[in-house]
Design a protein around this ligand. Structure first.
Ligand SMILES: NC(=O)c1ccc[n+]([C@@H]2O[C@H](COP(=O)([O-])OP(=O)(O)OC[C@H]3O[C@@H](n4cnc5c(N)ncnc54)[C@H](OP(=O)(O)O)[C@@H]3O)[C@@H](O)[C@H]2O)c1
Length: 251
């Protein structure tokens, strides 16, 4: 599995699962651009870690919910790399509270970032992928797309919309050699969990109920993403691969 000569964009690649994906793609030889929302320090650290693997890195502050930011992101990528063969839509945000306490602006914010961003990112990536006759797109989802999780109504619905978008994109893009798939993870101990009011319970439950006996790590997710970006996976289209050590299969 080699990605030498490929250019990747990992949204939200500065920390957590996105960082692990960025480092894995870099270790396989791809140049990697990451973007982030606020924390420049993490982004600079990750860019240095990518460069340590002997490939080019870019770290760009750009909100994936804003088209003008995404335009800027791609103008920087095109200047440095020419374009992207690999697009990992990983950045996510969202309001965590019971559905009855959600306001319209919470819903809009969550849906725009988690479900809406991929479409515009794709529009900007597409011309280069089409010219190359090959591309790989992976969206990072969660079990909330198919299960009900307390406080997760808006994020779960946004991930379900994202997964449906992937399935529709996959049939539109397969004819030009672009495969589009989903990875969905069980509980992964990243900063994102700090926003859950019941974080400790979530982690304890996941540890107890995972047949594999441990939590999923960012690196577990990154391994599968790298496979989906490789030539070995080019006939996999519109699929969701769940990485959770068996947690979600248990009755
Ligand atoms: N952690 C879990 O248990 C888990 C489980 C299943 C799926 N996932 C999914 O995995 C993905 C990564 O989650 P994580 O836990 O690694 O999150 P994380 O540690 O909170 O990192 C989030 C990343 O996204 C960036 N970001 C957030 N909003 C953004 C925006 N509007 N525009 C650009 N960048 C933005 C952040 O930048 P800043 O650092 O600047 O804020 C950061 O780089 C998400 O799609 C999440 O839903 C996570």
């Amino acid at each position: 599995m080699k990605l030498v000569g490929k250019n990747a964009l990992v949204t939200g690649g500065s920390r957590g699962i996105g960082r692990a994906i960025a480092l894995k793609l870099a270790s396989l030889g791809a140049n990697v651009a990451i973007n982030y929302l606020r924390n420049t320090k993490f982004a600079e650290e990750t860019a240095a870690m990518i460069e340590d693997k002997g490939v080019k890195a870019l770290a760009i502050k750009a909100n994936v919910a804003e088209e003008k930011d995404v335009d800027y992101l791609f103008s920087e990528i095109e200047k440095e790399f020419g374009g992207t063969n690999i697009l990992i839509s990983n950045a996510a945000s969202g309001v965590l509270r019971p559905a009855l306490r959600l306001k319209r602006r919470h819903w809009d914010w969550t849906m725009t970032i988690n479900a809406g961003a991929l479409l515009y990112l794709l529009k900007k990536s597409y011309p280069y992928m089409k010219k190359e006759g090959r591309g790989a797109i992976v969206a990072v989802s969660s079990l909330g797309a198919i299960r009900a999780i307390p406080n997760y109504a808006a994020v779960g619905a946004s991930k379900a919309a994202l997964e449906s978008l992937v399935r529709h994109l996959s049939i539109e893009l397969a004819p030009v050699g672009i495969n589009v798939n989903i990875v969905s993870a069980g509980v992964v101990e990243t900063d994102a969990l700090k926003h859950f009011p019941n974080r400790d319970i979530i982690i304890d439950e996941a540890k107890k109920k995972t047949p594999a006996g441990r939590l999923t790590t960012p690196e577990d997710v990154a391994e599968v993403v790298a496979f989906l970006c490789s030539e070995s996976a080019k006939m996999i289209q519109g699929q969701r691969i769940i990485i959770d050590g068996g947690y979600s299969i248990l009755a």
